[in-house]
Design a binder for this molecule. Structure first.
Ligand code: WTA
Length: 644
C-alpha cells in the first residue's frame, strides 16, 4: 500500500466545508462518549417532531432490543416535504432526466407535495391503511419517489423491488411481505432495451392471489395487457381524488420500509427500517458526508430499488430540503459521455456513484470525459464495493479536475446510512480507504475468536455500539436477524466484511467474508444463484464463487455437475443461464459455467469453496490443506477443466 499517494484536502474545499478536522474529532468523541446527547441534538436540529421523545435510546446488541427516540412522534413525508413549504415551496426538489437525453422534468417542493397528497389519497381509496405493505416496482421516474413518500405519509410500509428483478423474484418478495397492492409502470427503456415491468408483475401475480390492485404508470405508448378487475391507471386515479391528505402521526418505532437484500442463504431477507432512527441517521449523514450546502445539486446515480437510492436519492436529500437528481437511463447510452453531459446540463455539484460505473466509463476512454466541462462538481462519492486505487485516481484527476474530494462511503442495507467515509474538508484522502467512522459509529476489527486486532491487521469488521440508522429486524424473521448479525460475537454487530484499520485510524474495506457477492455493486448470494441453477432439471449439483472482473468488480463463476447420463453442451449452458435470469434477474447471470464431474467435498459433505475460488481465479499457487477431501483427485480434474 505504501506506493499509493495520499491527497491533501483541496484548499478551495477547506474554506467551504461544514466540518473541519478539529470539529470532526470533537464531534466524534462527543458522539461516542455521549451518544444519546449527540443524537438528541441532531434529531432536534434536523427533524421536526410532532411530539418529542422521552428517551433517546435504550437496549443493546446482546438482547437485540435497541430502540431510538422512544415515544417520539413524527412523519417522514412531513419532514421531507411539508415543513419545507413555507421557505422553499418553489425550490426544485426533484430533477428528472429520462432514458433519452431530451426527456427531462423538474418538480418543486410545492409540486411534489401536491402529487404526493393525491397519490396518498389514491392509496387510501384502494383501502391501504397504516402498517399495510405496498410494493413498488417502478423505473427511476418521479412517480417512484411520489409513491414512496405517499406510503410514508399515510403510514404504509413500502417494499421497493428493483426493476431488474424477474417475476419469480418479485413473487417471493410480494408473498413474504404479504403485499395487497403493487405500483408499477407499463414498461420502460434502459438504453435500447425494453423492460416489460407490467408484464413481469402480471406473471408474478399468477401466484399472488392476495394482491388485489395494481396501479400502473403509463410510461411509454406501448400496448400492455390489462385486467379490468385489478388494474388502474395512475394518471386516471390521481385525478379522481382530492389534493388534501393530512400526515399520519407515526411513532419513531413504526416501520418505514422493508427492503429485500441477499444474505448467505438462498432466501433474501426483508430488512426493516423504522421511522425515527432511520430518518435521523440519513439526514445527518447526508448533511455531513456530502457537506451539503443550500444550492447544491445532488446526484446519486443509484436506483431507488437499492438502499442507496432510498437513503440518498430520496430520504437524506429531501429531509435536508435539497435538490435531488433522478436518472432513468444508463451511463453509456446514447454514448459514454452521458453522465458528464448530465452533470453539465444540470450543473451538478455532488455526484455519488459506484466503482462499477466509474470503471466502465474509464474503460471507454478519456475523450468521452474531456469533451465535457464538469466545472460545477465540487464533491465526488463512491459506494457499494471497494474502489481500486487506480480507479480512484482516475475519478479524482480526470473527472474531478483534482479539486473535488472523493468520499468513499462504506455501509450496508442493514446500516441504513453511511458508516465509514472520509469527511470532505477534514480528512486527508487515501485512495482505496473508506477512512473514518461517522459520528456515533464505533467499529473494531476482530479475529475469528472475537479478539480485537491491532492496527494494520486484517480481520472481521464489527460495530461495537448501536446507532440510530440500524435495521430494526428482518421482516417476519427476528431469529434470522439475531443469528446473522449478533449471535456469533455477542455484543457486536457483525458486518460480513473483512477490513483493516491503519495506524492513522483509516479503515480499509477488503471485501465480504461470507457467501455474498458484489457483482457490479449488486448484492447477490451464492446460494440464491445455486438454487436457481438447480432449478434446471439437468443439474444435479452447483457451486457458485466470485471471480475478479475488470469492470464488474466481481463476476459469477459456476461449477455445475449434471445428472447421470446428461451430456454437457453449449445450449445447456445457455439454458442454465436463462434459468438464473428467470429466477432472479439478469444481474445474477453467471459469466462462466464450468462442467464438473464432481465437486470437492469434505468428509462431512461440505463443498470446499475456498478451493473453487482459487480454481476459478486460476490462482493455483497455494491450495492449502486438502487432506480432508473425500476425493482429492477432483481438484486436478477441475483444474484441467478450467484450462479447457
Ligand atoms: C460492500 C450498499 C467497499 C460491502 C450501500 C458491504 C463496500 C456491502 C463499500 C453492502 C465501500 C459497500 N467499499 N465495500 N465503500 N460500500 N460495500 O447492502 O461488502 O447493497 O457489506 O449496501 O457492499 O451492500 P448493500
Amino acid at each position: 500500500m505504501s506506493n499509493i499517494k495520499n491527497y491533501p484536502i483541496a484548499p478551495k474545499f477547506t474554506q467551504q466545508a461544514n466540518i473541519s478536522e478539529l470539529q470532526y474529532h470533537q464531534m466524534y468523541t462527543h458522539s461516542i462518549i455521549e451518544p444519546d446527547n449527540f443524537w438528541g441534538q441532531q434529531a432536534n436540529q434536523l427533524i421536526s417532531w410532532f411530539k418529542p421523545w422521552e428517551k433517546v435510546s435504550t437496549g443493546d446488541f446482546t438482547h437485540m432490543d435497541t430502540t431510538w427516540f422512544i415515544n417520539g412522534k413524527l412523519n417522514v413525508c412531513y419532514n421531507c416535504i411539508d415543513r419545507h413549504l413555507p421557505t422553499r415551496a418553489n425550490h426544485v426538489a426533484l430533477l428528472w432526466e429520462g432514458n433519452e437525453p431530451q426527456q427531462s422534468l423538474q418538480l418543486t417542493y410545492a409540486e411534489l407535495f401536491e402529487k404526493i397528497c393525491r397519490f396518498s389519497n389514491v392509496l387510501k381509496k384502494q383501502g391501504v391503511q397504516k402498517g399495510d405493505r405496498v410494493a413498488i416496482y417502478l423505473p427511476m421516474i418521479p412517480e417512484a419517489v411520489v409513491a414512496m413518500l405517499a406510503c410514508a405519509r399515510i403510514g404504509a410500509v413500502h417494499s421497493v423491488i428493483f426493476g431488474g428483478f424477474s417475476s419469480d423474484a418479485i413473487k417471493n418478495r410480494l408473498l413474504d411481505a404479504d403485499c395487497k397492492i403493487v405500483i408499477t409502470a407499463s414498461d420502460c427503456y434502459r438504453g435500447n432495451k425494453i423492460i416489460p415491468l407490467k408484464h413481469n408483475i402480471d406473471t408474478a401475480l399468477l401466484e399472488c392471489p392476495d394482491v388485489k390492485s395494481v396501479i400502473v404508470v403509463k410510461h411509454t405508448e406501448n400496448v400492455i395487457e390489462w385486467n379490468d378487475h385489478r388494474d388502474y391507471w395512475y394518471h386516471e386515479e390521481i385525478n379522481s381524488v382530492s389534493v388534501d391528505c393530512p400526515c399520519e402521526e407515526m411513532d419513531a418505532q413504526d416501520p418505514l420500509f422493508i427492503l429485500y437484500t441477499s444474505g448467505s442463504t438462498g432466501k433474501p431477507k426483508g430488512i426493516l427500517h423504522v421511522t425515527g432512527g432511520y430518518l435521523t441517521y440519513v439526514a445527518t449523514t447526508f448533511k455531513y458526508i456530502f457537506d451539503y450546502h443550500d444550492n447544491d445539486i445532488f446526484w446519486c446515480t443509484a436506483d431507488v430499488g437499492w438502499i442507496t437510492g432510498h437513503s440518498y436519492v430520496v430520504y437524506g436529500p429531501l429531509c435536508n430540503g435539497a435538490t435531488s437528481l433522478l436518472f432513468e437511463g444508463i451511463p453509456n447510452y446514447p454514448n459514454p459521455s452521458r453522465y458528464w453531459e448530465i452533470v453539465d446540463k444540470y450543473k451538478v455539484t455532488i455526484i455519488y456513484t459506484s466503482p462499477t460505473a466509474i470503471r466502465a466509463l474509464r474503460h471507454e476512454g478519456d475523450h468521452w470525459v474531456t469533451d465535457t466541462n464538469r466545472k460545477s462538481l465540487r464533491l465526488l462519492g463512491s459506494v457499494g464495493e471497494p474502489i481500486n486505487p487506480d480507479v480512484w485516481e482516475w475519478y479524482y484527476t480526470v473527472i474531478g479536475h483534482e479539486h473535488c474530494p472523493i468520499v468513499d462511503t462504506w455501509w450496508q442495507t442493514e446500516t441504513g446510512g453511511i458508516m465509514i467515509s472520509p469527511f470532505p474538508g477534514a480528512a486527508i484522502l487515501k485512495p482505496g480507504a473508506a477512512s473514518w467512522p461517522f459520528f456515533g459509529i464505533k467499529p473494531a476489527i476482530i479475529d475469528d475468536h472475537g479478539n480485537k486486532l491491532p492496527a494494520d491487521q486484517k480481520g472481521k469488521l464489527v460495530i461495537t455500539q448501536p446507532w440510530p440508522g440500524m435495521a430494526k429486524t428482518i421482516y417476519n424473521n427476528p431469529d434470522r436477524f439475531f443469528n446473522a448479525y449478533f449471535k456469533d460475537y455477542p455484543g457486536y454487530y457483525l458486518t460480513g466484511d473483512d477490513a483493516r484499520c491503519d495506524a492513522d485510524g483509516y479503515y480499509w474495506i477488503l471485501g465480504r467474508n461470507d457467501d455474498v457477492l458484489k457483482v457490479s455493486g449488486h448484492r447477490i448470494s451464492t446460494a440464491e444463484v445455486e438454487n436457481a441453477i438447480l432449478a434446471d432439471l439437468s443439474v444435479s449439483e452447483a457451486a457458485v464463487v466470485p471471480i475478479q472482473h475488470e469492470i464488474k468488480g466481481e463476476a459469477i463463476y459456476a461449477f455445475v455437475t449434471l445428472k447421470m447420463g446428461i451430456k454437457p453442451n453449449e445450449s445447456l449452458k445457455k439454458e442454465i443461464i436463462q434459468k438464473v435470469r428467470e429466477n432472479i434477474g439478469a444481474i445474477a447471470a453467471p459469466d462462466h459455467i464450468q462442467w464438473a464431474d464432481a465437486l470437492p467435498k469434505t468428509r462431512s459433505g461440505k463443498i470446499m469453496r475456498r478451493l473453487l475460488r482459487k480454481i476459478a481465479d486460476n490462482d493455483l499457487t497455494d491450495l492449502g490443506d486438502t487432506t480432508t477431501l473425500t476425493d482429492p483427485s477432483v481438484i486436478d480434474r477441475l483444474i484441467r477443466g478450467r484450462q479447457m
